[in-house]
Design a protein around this ligand. Structure first.
Ligand code: KG4
Ligand code: ZN
Length: 341
């Protein structure tokens, strides 16, 4: 099987998604989101998200197949996000995928959603180089990974010790009155503001004291510093310069992420940085990574925006990698792992 055709199914959070990938070609890609239903609550409500997955699962998978005039009998394998994510949401996607695999007698691969976020870049840039560094930034994760072999060997080089970058943005956005998810609102306002207007600390610039590697992150102090600054202004009855707050926050977070990613590339002697996760849609981060990449001779592979956020293509692409690597499918009774490392 030279170019496996894989159906990928995603349901870790608020997107129900399905896609067909053959080799590294994206054939179809369907996403239904329950995001608008959560906006007024300031965050994803697991119960609402799970119910939305149950409603959207069959229509979304059917459309992904129908868009290319295919049926399940034509796919070589099915892949589904088995974690990390919200347990109820994962349960809907994994149960649905198991039912499809059983009915159509297809091998089923339970994949790691976070690795899917970097696998998806192959659709745009082709296969991974032998030795790559990956920066994954989302609402739940901020990690630097060293990737020897995407299907078999991925090593954590650094991670956040507290909040993820997206989580930090979402929390500040809430304080500024933006609906969930606030990251894109901060991005938009940051483009209009002065990034040096407010002194925002760059969390954990040097890494944990005494740690072997300086590639960890910390965004909880960043969030607190910005929140305190805003609260002090509110208490003093002063206006909040929203654009400047957003620009200063975005500059601080984008700078620390891109500097550490570049330092890790040099440490692991790689000239390619793969970037993934919902937060990689952030324009300040994209700008900083491209600027530093040019200066330091590192090729930066950032996917286009619709591949940054959660989708089925990332799951299908990683499924293709697992099939091509000759790995066995997951056991029929494999379970979801909401805290998958
Ligand atoms: O990967 P993702 O879609 O879901 C998780 O697995 O977390 O990432 C969602 C996160 C949210 O925190 C959202 O606010 C953030 O990515 N995000 C952004 C932007 N677009 C999405 N943050 C900053 N700027 C953006 N343009
Ligand atoms: Zn994600």
């Amino acid at each position: 099987m030279s170019e496996p055709l894989v159906l990928g199914i995603e349901s870790t959070c608020d997107e129900t998604a399905a896609a067909l990938v053959q080799g590294n070609r994206l054939l179809s890609n369907v996403v239904a989101s329950s995001m608008n239903e959560h906006a007024r609550y300031g965050g994803v409500i697991p119960e609402i998200a799970s119910r939305a997955h149950a409603e959207s699962f069959v229509p979304v998978v059917s459309k992904a197949l129908k868009d290319v005039d295919m049926d399940l009998s034509q796919v070589d394998a099915i892949a589904v996000s088995a974690g990390p994510g919200l347990a109820g949401c994962l349960a809907v996607g994994v149960s649905g995928a198991k039912a499809l695999a059983w009915a159509a007698k297809k091998p089923l691969y339970g994949i790691n959603h976070v690795i899917g976020h970097i696998a998806v870049t192959q659709l745009q840039f082709g296969p991974f180089p032998q030795n790559a560094l990956a920066l994954i930034v989302s609402g739940g994760h901020t990690s630097l990974l060293h990737v020897d072999d995407l299907a078999r060997s991925v090593q954590v080089v650094g991670t956040t010790l507290d909040d993820a970058a997206g989580e930090c943005f979402d929390k500040i956005a809430r304080l500024l009155g933006f609906p969930y998810p606030g990251g894109p609102h901060i991005d938009r306002h940051a483009r209009l503001g002065d990034p040096h207007a407010i002194a925002v600390p760059q969390g954990l610039t040097k890494g944990r004291a005494g740690a072997e590697h300086p590639y960890d992150f910390s965004f909880s102090g960043v969030k607190t510093a910005v929140a305190r600054w805003v609260e002090r202004r509110q208490q003093a009855g002063l206006d909040i310069p929203v654009d400047d707050v957003c620009a200063s926050l975005a500059d601080s977070v984008a700078t620390v992420l891109s500097r550490k990613a570049m330092a890790a590339c040099h440490r692991f002697d790689t000239d390619t940085l793969i970037v993934g996760g919902g937060f990689s849609a952030n324009s300040q981060l994209r700008g900083k990574l491209e600027e530093l990449g040019d200066q330091e001779g590192v090729k930066v592979r950032i996917p286009k925006i619709n591949l940054c956020t959660d989708n089925g293509a990332m799951v299908a692409m990683l499924g293709v990698n697992l099939v091509q690597a000759g790995l066995p499918p997951s056991a029929p009774d494999f379970s979801i792992d909401s805290a998958m490392p």
